[in-house]
Ligand binder design. Structure first.
Ligand code: HEC
Length: 110
């Protein structure tokens, strides 16, 4: 019954807030403004100010259609070793990264 034990553990971690499964909706206005700025300035420095590509590829909604939310989350959190995409997991919480993924889905960062 390993799976069941794992689920119990996951539920415990979730309720303790150790694993953040949130969608990012619960972030404060200040945090959201910080992230919106980061997306434009920091992510934009490689992906282009409008995110349609530069050193990094275009990360506009139409170009990310094939990617799952989970794949985008992991890419942002861990970066892409071997490519210039840096890992953001040190700087950003899981909630922050979920918020960024949602923003990328919506597009229109400006
Ligand atoms: C130092 C340059 C750099 C910065 C800063 C950067 N990226 Fe990237 N990013 C890259 C490169 C290079 C790739 C790989 C592009 C490729 O596949 O050719 C990439 C790939 C990605 C991908 C995967 C795209 C796909 O097609 O799967 C996502 C999503 C992404 N970046 C989001 C972000 C976000 C969000 C930020 C800011 C938090 C960010 N990046 C900051 C360089 C950067």
């Amino acid at each position: 019954m390993r799976i069941k034990r794992f689920s119990v553990l996951l539920i415990l971690l979730l309720s303790a807030g150790i694993v953040q499964a949130g969608t990012g909706d619960e972030l404060s206005d200040e945090r959201q403004a910080y992230l919106a700025n980061l997306l434009k300035q920091d992510c934009g420095s490689c992906h282009g100010l409008t995110l349609k590509g530069g050193l990094g590829s275009s990360i506009l909604p139409q170009d990310l259609k094939e990617r799952s939310d989970e794949a985008l989350f992991i890419t942002i959190k861990n970066g892409l070793p071997g490519l210039a995409m840096p890992p953001w997991g040190e700087l950003l919480s899981d909630g922050d990264i979920h918020w960024l993924v949602q923003r990328l889905r919506e597009g229109d960062v400006n």
